[in-house]
Write a protein that binds this ligand. Structure first.
Ligand code: SF4
Length: 425
């Protein structure tokens, strides 16, 4: 048994509350169970209990064994001076306060329905081989409860992403365009090259990019800064880029990244960093103040349209510098990449910006964008589908990713509506 389970039992009053007694047989009446404190300090704040004839107001501390009080050093911690009731599963030793008076203790052993303990045990302790702990039981949960819970998680995911964005915004002195530009690069790199793309953006400030509006100069800046223009390659285009970069490098005192940061392993050639950089250069050359533009566009189709950028001519016949490709084709940013950018960058940015400007319309727009993008196709979404939890749009797939990563994988079933239903049904 874990303490979390006892918190859960206490919070939802899942034990026999009639005729409660302390360790010294004084009657206990719980007037207020208090509110759950998930930070440091006592487990429940502002409770109210009547012990014998006296009513006490203060905090409630919960442990598996009463001896945990000493193990956790609460005796010398002032934060626990105002504990009015010690709730334990097993009262193995008398605990005194600083004045050497016994702290009133309530033992829960025998008061919790055994079937509740069993269901908890099956869910948390006997499910290690399953993809998610409730894999065997989820089919017994009302669809209405699952859908309601999933809807809440989409907002929770956005709130979590918002915090990250706000931290980067602070570092960028509240410059929305610059911060957006860095996130855009990061997500353009997919998982494999997210870090070098992020470093490339940070190493090449947007204000320098914005001094140029032709794709060639922006490509020279980006390839140069990415470390791609430090070699000798026989190619007219490469030589011109190199010349331009060396001029810009000294003009803006730039330092390139190390080319070895870029990874090609398991990447389809159309996702090679060289191709992505050219597409980004095209996008940036056609759109100054990209973030401001995006905030003003309402329908998802409009944003998808804005991102239809392709590589420059050289890349029609290449995937890497100096290596001629067998196939020759225009390499546009694909719809899946665009949707990925909308889901991971544009939606959270619109949400954070809406909150910062107290603009309900923008907050709603961020949610509506998610609802209007088709469901993502990845292994997590697929697995949920096999368990009968289907999704029809990106709002639902984002929620399911959040559920898997931040609840199921961490066995936070007691904080999940689905887990609550399984344990209490
Ligand atoms: S967190 Fe919820 S959905 Fe995930 S395994 Fe636990 S009960 Fe199931």
């Amino acid at each position: 048994m874990k303490e979390d389970f006892l918190h859960y039992v206490w919070k939802y009053k899942l034990f026999n509350t009639s005729e409660l007694l302390t360790q010294s047989d004084e009657q206990i009446e719980i007037i207020n169970f208090g509110f759950h404190n998930t930070d440091a300090g006592p487990d429940f704040f502002n409770g109210k209990v009547k012990i014998g004839k006296t009513t006490w107001a203060g905090n409630i501390e919960i442990h598996i064994n009463s001896s945990d009080w000493t193990k956790h050093n609460h005796y010398s911690d002032k934060a626990y001076d105002n504990v009015i009731l010690h709730v334990v599963y097993n009262d193995d030793v008398v605990i005194n306060d600083k004045n050497e008076n016994a702290i009133p203790t309530l033992e829960l052993k025998g008061l919790i329905d055994i079937s509740l303990i069993d269901k908890y045990d099956v869910l948390i302790n006997r499910s290690d081989s399953d993809w998610i702990p409730c894999g065997q039981q989820i089919k017994t949960v009302d669809d209405f409860i699952i859908q309601n819970w999933i809807n809440r998680l989409a907002i929770e995911r956005l709130e979590r992403k918002s915090q990250e964005i706000q931290e980067t915004l602070k570092l960028n002195k509240n410059n929305w365009e610059e911060t957006f530009y860095q996130y855009l690069f990061k997500y353009f790199g997919l998982k494999v090259n997210a870090l070098p793309f992020e470093l490339l953006a940070k190493n090449t400030p947007l204000k320098i990019i914005e001094k140029h509006n032709d794709i060639f100069s922006i490509e020279a800046l980006l390839y140069g800064q990415a470390g791609y223009l430090e070699e000798e390659i026989e190619s007219e285009y490469y030589t011109q880029l190199k010349k331009e970069y060396h001029f810009l490098k000294s003009k803006f005192s730039l330092t390139p990244l190390d080319k070895s940061l870029w990874k090609l392993l398991r990447l389809r050639p159309s996702n090679f960093p060289t191709i992505r950089i050219s597409q980004l250069a095209n996008l940036l050359s056609n759109n100054t103040r990209l973030f401001t533009k995006i905030i003003e566009i309402k329908p998802v189709k409009g944003i998808q349209q804005l991102f239809v950028a392709q590589t420059s001519e050289y890349w029609r016949a290449h995937y890497q510098f100096g290596v001629e490709a067998k196939d020759k084709k225009i390499k546009k940013i694909g719809i899946n990449t665009i949707n990925n950018i909308i889901i991971n960058v544009i939606v959270p940015f619109t949400f954070v910006y809406g909150k910062a400007k107290q603009n309900e319309e923008l907050i709603n727009k961020s949610l509506s964008l998610l609802e209007n993008i088709k469901a993502e196709n990845n292994s997590i979404v697929e697995k949920w589908g096999e368990l009968g939890v289907k999704s029809s749009n990106a709002m639902q797939t984002q929620s399911l990713i959040e559920l898997k990563n931040n609840y199921c994988s961490q066995k936070k079933c007691l904080n999940c509506s689905i887990g609550n239903q399984i344990i209490q049904q």
